[in-house]
Design a protein around this ligand. Sequence first.
Ligand code: FHN
Length: 594
Amino acid sequence: MKSIFLVLAFSTGFLVSKAQGMEEMWDKSASGKEHPNIQWFKDAKFGMFIHWGLYSKLAGVWSGKNYYGSGEWIMNQARIPVKDYQKIAASFNPVKFNAGEWAQLAKDAGVKYMVITAKHHEGFSMFDSKVTDFDIVDATPYKKDPMKALSEATRSLGIQFGFYYSQFQDWYEPNGGKNTWDFDESKKDYQLYYQKKAIPQLKELLTNYGPLGIVWFDTPGGMSKEQTQQFINELRQLQPNSLFSSRVGQGLGDYKDFGDSEVPPVPIKGAWESVYTHNDSWGYITHDMNFKSTAEIIRLLANVASKGGNLMLNVGPDGEGNIPYYSVKYLRETGAWLQKNGESIYATTAGFVPEQPWGFTTSKPGKLFLHVVNRPAYDLVLVPGFKNNVLKVYSLTDKKNLSFEKKGTDLLVRMKGVKNEQSPNTVLVVEYSGTEPAYNETAPVTIAAAFETNYINAAFAKTTGAAKIQPLTYSHYYGDWKHTTCVTGMQNPADGATFSVRIIDQGDYKLILEYACPESRSRQEGILEVNGQPFLFRTLRTSEFDRKAPLLFIKHPVAILHVEKPGIYTMTVKPAKTGAELMKLKSIIAEPVQ
Ligand code: FHN
């Protein structure tokens, strides 16, 4: 009876057919109502994403041409007709797939949950579906359901298992979203596609593969808020404990997913996740070797955890079922680091001390974890704004007690003797008494001579006039999204970006502006003011902002600042005259002059 009601609601012919903007593609807003089963997710902190499909066999090549960027989009990039694309299934035979090995890799990597693509935009089902013949059991020589084995193997190692499902985009289906090269988008009946394929398949996934920790939806579309709510209600009945990601759409998800490869610049309340490729593509591409190193993965994990979120890192197995060599290698090395330092990541919350030149902080009751990713010269770690009484400080891996002193609310920790072990992230633990203080949003940014480079990021600016802090999203290769928070909109002297900084050490500092500026708006005069002392500069050209192209930033040294008296300084960047936008300011950089 209920599903007929759903049909009724859906068949009101609610057709939507317009290009998906960034906001739509990535619904970052979650319902805000905490799901009763959310805590495991919040404590998990680290997940494995797996993009696997027919595109994995193409490996970024079609008709002898190499494609760059999201390999899972090759059917779209190359405008491959369904009649040609479906033929790939006939030779898709992942004989090297081994569920136990994949699950063991997840275990060795230290991830707490795994999400794999049951069906991506290409419309091919990587599971045994009775709803279509375009699936791995009916359409390929493999004739087995890898998802059955993988879900069991993963759960048997205590790792939560979930499915990614492209609920709106389906380039195989005449009424599915976004195949505009075979089908006329304006004539599609998305509701029919939801009725005939998406919903029945999701019911299969929520019925035949045991308890799912997560259902990861993506690029929502074709449904109103009411229809999305009914869609969720229907599926929720099958697995009330399963968490639905925010890209179910309409702000109705159980937790928030940021844009691809995006980390917010400051802590975010509630459950949220950052998703990253391991190289520049989600799906396997033979010629994409730009893998993030173990150090990059560990630092990214600490960065995300320090803002209270989860990192779900992707791997893209090839058409045979092999996980790329560097993904296996670097994930295992990450797991080895988590073996020794996991306490500073798993089940932590955002650190109450903002990002510092030396690194990030994460929290547990009575403990602040200092993630030292840039070891300070003379091994002295300054933790500003530490009001609580410190009981002891020690290095996490060898529990070696460290000497420390408090000067006012400055906690100074001596790392002397802490073995470096070439670790990309050395964790120190500060145990303190009293309740955990709130995150200090107004804390000045620290600048210290102990670091070759001190960044003052745009996110920490106080803006005046028309200036605003704006996250800019653009891409390098196709679908390989980048995000940079900048101060934009500075067009006259009243539009400024002001930063409160705390300069710890006396001495000279080279001040460098990091910005983007198109030729058409370059050669404009600007002012960098430090405690009222003006330094003039004229902007240099880099590139125009274009979502489909890299945004190039220049590091433009504009002044030497002599600091006689350490303390709080105010730095302001603004146009010298009224004109076009002065720049897209990414950061001010302070480098101690040796
Ligand atoms: O279009 C997809 C893309 O192929 C990939 O699945 C990512 C993963 O977050 N989501 C969409 C783009 O944001």
